[in-house]
Design a protein around this ligand. Sequence first.
Ligand code: ARG
Length: 579
Amino acid sequence: MNYKIAILEDKIKESLKSLGYETDVTIIPSARPDLGDYQYNGIMPLAKKSGLNPQELAQKLVDLIKDYPEIKEAAIAGPGFINLTFTDDFLIDFLNDSLTNININYNQDINKTIFLDYGGPNVAKVLHVGHLRSANIGEALKRLAQSVGCQTISDVHLGDWGRPMGMVILEIKTRYPDLAYFKEDYNGEDVDFKLTNEDLIELYPIATTKAKENESIMAEARQINYELQNKHKGYFALWQKIVEVSVNEVKKLYQDLNISFDLWEGEYTSSAYIDELLDYLYAKNLLKDSEGAKIIEVKEETDNKEMPPLIMFKSNGAISYEATDLAALWERVHKYKLDEIWYMTDKRQELHFTQVFRAAYKSSIVSPDTKLIFNGYGTMNGADGKPFKTRDGGVMPLADLITKVYQVCLNRLGDNVQENREQIAKTIAIAAIKYADLLPFRNTDYNFDIDKFTDLNGKTGTYLLYSTIRMRSLLNKALKQNITFNNLTYLNSEMRKIIIAMLDLKRIIKRSFDACSLNEICEYLYKITNLYNNFYASTKVLSEPDFEKRSSYLSLTKAIYENNCQLLTILGINIPEKM
Ligand code: ARG
């Protein structure tokens, strides 16, 4: 089955060729829906090149286009825009195609293998609201990439090998100096030491504050970290315990959020490649000494901003965050054949990734055929535009935010929902959070406003779920009443608008994929849902006596329902059974 807009574009391309013009053709939804469904804006540049009057050229093309079976009317507007009005049959066929295979609106035969690095939780540290975005955006981008035809490999990339590990271990050592982990003769045996995630939540801020405020504590933590990185038996065993406890907790939270990974690797896993990497860099003569540290210069002639060198390891010998990322790249390109590697982190890490990418290309660790892409995102703030804080001024844990939104959703849940109220409220809360987070362009900061984001009548996850569930229950009612339907054969003006919006989906999907942002998809989902709801409000679907009309209403409902499900799936949003 071929995508109808693409076929039409090809036809226009052929017509232009017959007029002597070789060019690719794109048509887009009309900016003036009162004048046409779609428009072609390519005439002016073509005419300019050949020194022709654009209106004359437009007229020649229109004379050919107007005879296409797809086209009811082709008209010239302004200096040479061509407005296209589709025949009903064209729209009807398209919708029926979508009904047979909704995928035609998604798959673009982009056959890349993309490695996605997102989530990036730090071991022993509670997941704060700031961590939502990486995982949420990364997951949705992964699903989007799959929907256009790509293979994906996803890695949570744990922050598990940095200096905070030394700080946490030091704090545990200070509290329990007699633990076997800290004995000279410790030999890897099991230690009876109960550690919970609550312990870590309590420990971590104390450990890091102490180190930051006290030079000698910091020095000690650094030393422990250095020894840990060199596999000090006791520290390493304790570290493994910390990781296990912490990762279990993170997994639960991600599961609640519909976020999953192929790989649970991280800085530690990458560190296994450090020696190979260093040998390689030494052989290439790329490592330089700088005040005891080893660095790689990444400055380029064209830089107009300062570009500090990448530090591979610090003067105390401990490996840097940059080094772990270079090692991770080393591992990734050796293990997999990748077209692109995407990183989803806070946009404030841009410099870090610029350094890493430059070093990776400069050293030929990564070949120029593999694109390294940094997809930074903006900050999520509280409703007042200030960093999201808890009452006592701390950064709000992500789990607490979910609970807060959940409470609001539970309170608002109608009496019609009796069973599974808690589960359903949770699904709605997650949808509200995820949609609100994906709605702004990736790079922009936004304010999280619980009331606004859970409003049943706004541009919200709640509204979208409610509307989609209503479509489903309409289809179920038809089923129960033995009302059969097969195809769409009838069209009125409201249905027309919906189908025209549907025609644009494939382009939106492509644009979103190219921009690595979900904002347009979120807007689109809202728009098409609204159009459908307008139709629904003015149409008696099930009680319509005319078979052809009723069948068409239901076909349209089914297509939009399935499409909404598909889009919500890309956004990583589950649909509850009821609402
Ligand atoms: N753990 C890091 C942080 O919290 C994010 C990791 C991002 N991924 C990477 N490959 N560096 O800042």
